[in-house]
Structures are given as structure tokens and as C-alpha cells.
Design a protein around this ligand. Structure first.
Ligand code: SF4
Length: 441
């Protein structure tokens, strides 16, 4: 870290109580603080916050710890409590409800998270190898925000759980700090992704984390609410229609997050969905969609489907087409089934011939093209906000509306707009539509 940056590095006060095990915890926290560029100060006045590593062994130690927390609160005001007494968070909060965060012993990660939430990790442009928001491969104005890894389902065509294991959710505070850093670097749209976005937090029992000094549950609704406060576009992908997803739709209706939901359904025949071992059943999906549209009439629904899954009959495929006719989804991606090495579905009987898979794909896409064209034609004359992406190879100026995720959906072609920069929001009027795209001025 350069000397100038070091002088401006945030200062943390530290009080270490208790036995040698607690001392080791303190050393680890102090080491990490220094490694991340924070300064340590012995003065309450100088510190931006104080960490108190407590002891809870006997009554006198509890008292000493509570007194130390009280003193730090009185002298500084911003206090994070860790250590053995922190394992009894109720006791700490009963005496000192103003503390910023409480963790148990050996909780280096949680303590650092709480510190980051209140005084962000200093960034040194001279020595840090990566920008504060990390290295991104997307254009500067949008970014993917991965909230979890792995998956608890075992869909028969998928080997992700075998490759990446069960669901591991990132703590909500950590996700929010990354999102905030991205927004600060100029990102205008965050695309929330994971293998199963609606399952976010199930693995940690929706544990409460901290962001910006306030508690935040590791749960999709709470995360979407917090992301909605960043003032940029938030788009949710890979959301299975579990009941609690209904809680998110009002956030869309209120304009907190984009009225857009990517719900990978893969099929509509109950028989095939069972063979696929898909989460969530399709029976209620039409009613759910109806309910979502009542709450948020502007919602854009995207889904993906597979044609020619082993055992798929003409009747199963007809059910899928009928579902599409009734659901009138806005965006649909479809693929022919192809065996993935190691997937259970490879063992299923009655594989579908390649020509039939392809024929069904074409029929599905033809139907959806018609639905899409009708839905887009209905938008002609509407005014909407679009986010500029830049010029196409043909020199067309392209943007996207709330209804268009990058790479997978359509675009809004800007006609007669002299100049606009990627990442700029423009208010436009729709003057034309094709099967997939809109034209605006
Ligand atoms: S398809 Fe999706 S939900 Fe199913 S196992 Fe794979 S990652 Fe999980």
C-alpha cells in the first residue's frame, strides 16, 4: 500500500479480553485487518469503530466484557462484539442494544464482514491487482451477481450438483457489498444469477447477516429489497416458482426491481417433468403466472424449454404447446435434448429421434414467435426507459428495455438518436416491432 493511501486508511480500535484462545482469535482479526489495509489505533477518538473480543467464561469475565463494551460505546459509539460472550448474543444485546454486530468466537469471516459493512475495505489503486468491484468480463454498464453456488435438486438431465455440490449461499451482506461496489464503479444493471435463485439462503436457514450496519436476512425477498435500494436495474434469473417468489412481485410493481422474471420451466407435461425430476410442479404454474400479472401487469416472463426429452410423446409435446398458448410468456429459449455425460437421464428408455426433436423445436419456436410478435406489437406507441448497450456490427444503436436481458432476449433498436453512450438511460417511444425486437425513437 502506498504511504499516501496508508495515511488515509480507516482506523479500527481493538480490545482483547479472555484466554489465550481468544487472544489467537484477536491476532487473526488484527492480522487480517492489517493485510486488508486498515490501521489499528489504541485511541477511541481516532477509531472509526471498535472491535471488542469478549470472554464469557465466568460471571466476573462476563461483567468485565459487558463493561468493556459499555466503555467502547460511550467513548466511540460504534462497536462490534465478538468472542465467547458474543455466543450469547441475547445477553450482549440486552445490555447494549446499540452494538453494530455480535458474533461468537473463531468468527474471523463474520467479524470482517461486519467491519466491511461499516467501514469498507480500503482500496489501493497502486498496489491492488484488481479493481474494488473485482474483474468483470461484461461491458462496464452491466454485471452478473452470483448469490450462491451449487444446487440441492437432482434434475435427471443435469450434472451441476455432481460437479459443484449442494447449494452454498453467499451471506447477504457479502452479496450486497459486492453489488454496492459494482454500482459505485458505474454498473447500471445487475443480473442476479445462481443455479436456483429462489432457494437462496435455504442452506444457512436464512441466517441474518449485516449490511450497512443493519441486519439483513440471507433470503431472496430481503436481498431483492436491499438490492432495490441501490438505484440501478436489478434483474432476477433462474427463479423457480416456489410459493415465496410471490413476495417479490410487489417489489416489481413498486419499481424497486425490474418487472422481469426468468423462470426455467423446461417442460409442461407432468409426466416429463417427473422424469426430469424438476423442482416445483407445473399444475399451479398457470394460476401463479396469472396472479403475478394481476399484481404487476408489466411483468416480463422468460423461460426455457427442452424438446425431445427421453420418453416425450406427441401428447406430452402438445401439452407443452398448449401451456405456451395459455401462458403467453414474453421470452422463450428452447433447445433439443442432448445427453450430458454422467446425467441420469441418459439411462431413460424411449429416446426421441433427432429429427423429431428438431421438428418439435421448430414448431415450438414458430408458436412462440407468433406470441412474441403479438406481444411486442402491442408495445408500439408506448413510452419506456431503455439502457443503451452500444452499436451493433451493422452500425445500429442498440438498447434494452426492462423486458430484455442481455445476450438472451431481444433489443430495442434506436432510430434517429444522434448519439448515446453505453450505460446511458434514455426515454424513448416505441415506433415499431419485429418478432423479437422493438424499434424506438
Ligand atoms: S437443472 Fe438446475 S435445478 Fe436442476 S439440478 Fe441442475 S442446477 Fe439444479
Amino acid at each position: 500500500m502506498s504511504t499516501a493511501t496508508q495515511q488515509h486508511a480507516p482506523k479500527v480500535g481493538f480490545i482483547s479480553l479472555g484466554c489465550p484462545k481468544a487472544l489467537v482469535d484477536s491476532e487473526q482479526i488484527l492480522t487480517r485487518l492489517r493485510a486488508e489495509g486498515y490501521n489499528i489505533t489504541p485511541d477511541y477518538d481516532d477509531a472509526e469503530l471498535v472491535v471488542v473480543n469478549t470472554c464469557g467464561f465466568i460471571d466476573s469475565a462476563v461483567e468485565e466484557s459487558l463493561d468493556a463494551i459499555g466503555e467502547a460505546l460511550h467513548e466511540n459509539g460504534k462497536v462490534i462484539v465478538t468472542g465467547c460472550l458474543g455466543a450469547k448474543a441475547d445477553t450482549v444485546l440486552k445490555h447494549h442494544p446499540q452494538v453494530l454486530a455480535v458474533t461468537g468466537p473463531h468468527a474471523l469471516g463474520e467479524v470482517m464482514q461486519a467491519i466491511h459493512a461499516h467501514i469498507p475495505k480500503p482500496h489501493d489503486p497502486f498496489s491492488d491487482l484488481v479493481p474494488a468491484a473485482g474483474i468483470k468480463l461484461t461491458p462496464a454498464h452491466y454485471a452478473y451477481l452470483k448469490i450462491s453456488e451449487g444446487c440441492n435438486h437432482r434434475c435427471s438431465f443435469c450434472i451441476i450438483p455432481a460437479l459443484r455440490g449442494d447449494l452454498v449461499s453467499r451471506p447477504a451482506g457479502e452479496v450486497m457489498r459486492e453489488a454496492e461496489a459494482l454500482a459505485q464503479t458505474g454498473v447500471k444493471e445487475l443480473l442476479v444469477v445462481s443455479q436456483d435463485t429462489s432457494a437462496y439462503g435455504v442452506d444457512v436457514k436464512y441466517r441474518t447477516d449485516f449490511w450497512g450496519g443493519r441486519p439483513l436476512k440471507t433470503r431472496l425477498t430481503e436481498l431483492a429489497q436491499a438490492l432495490g435500494e441501490l438505484g440501478i436495474w436489478i434483474r432476477l434469473h433462474y427463479v423457480y416458482p416456489y410459493p415465496h417468489v410471490d413476495e417479490i412481485i410487489p417489489l416489481m410493481a413498486e419499481g424497486k426491481i425490474l418487472p422481469y422474471l426468468d423462470v426455467p420451466l423446461q417442460h409442461a407435461s407432468t409426466r416429463i417433468l417427473k422424469a426430469m425430476k424438476r423442482p416445483a410442479n407445473i399444475e399451479n404454474t398457470l394460476q401463479r403466472i396469472q396472479g403475478w400479472r394481476e399484481i404487476c401487469p408489466d411483468i416480463t416472463l422468460r423461460s426455457t424449454f427442452i424438446t425431445g426429452f427421453p420418453g416425450e410423446t406427441e401428447q406430452d409435446f402438445d401439452e407443452l404447446l398448449q401451456f405456451l398458448r395459455e401462458a403467453r410468456l414474453d421470452r422463450v429459449g428452447a433447445f433439443t435434448y442432448s445427453a450430458v455425460e454422467g446425467a441420469d437421464a441418459n439411462m431413460l428408455a424411449d429416446p426421441v429421434a433427432d429429427e423429431i426433436k428438431q421438428d418439435r423445436l421448430e414448431r415450438l419456436m414458430a408458436l412462440q414467435e407468433q406470441i412474441s410478435a403479438e406481444k411486442l406489437a402491442a408495445k408500439v406507441g408506448q413510452h419506456m426507459t431503455v439502457l443503451v448497450d452500444g452499436y451493433s456490427d451493422e452500425g445500429l444503436l442498440l438498447a434494452r428495455s426492462a423486458a430484455d436481458a442481455p445476450e438472451v432476449d431481444g433489443v430495442v433498436i434506436l432510430d434517429g438518436v444522434e448519439e448515446a453512450k453505453p450505460g446511458e438511460f434514455l426515454k424513448v417511444t416505441i415506433i415499431g416491432a419485429t418478432e423479437h425486437d422493438l424499434i424506438a425513437e
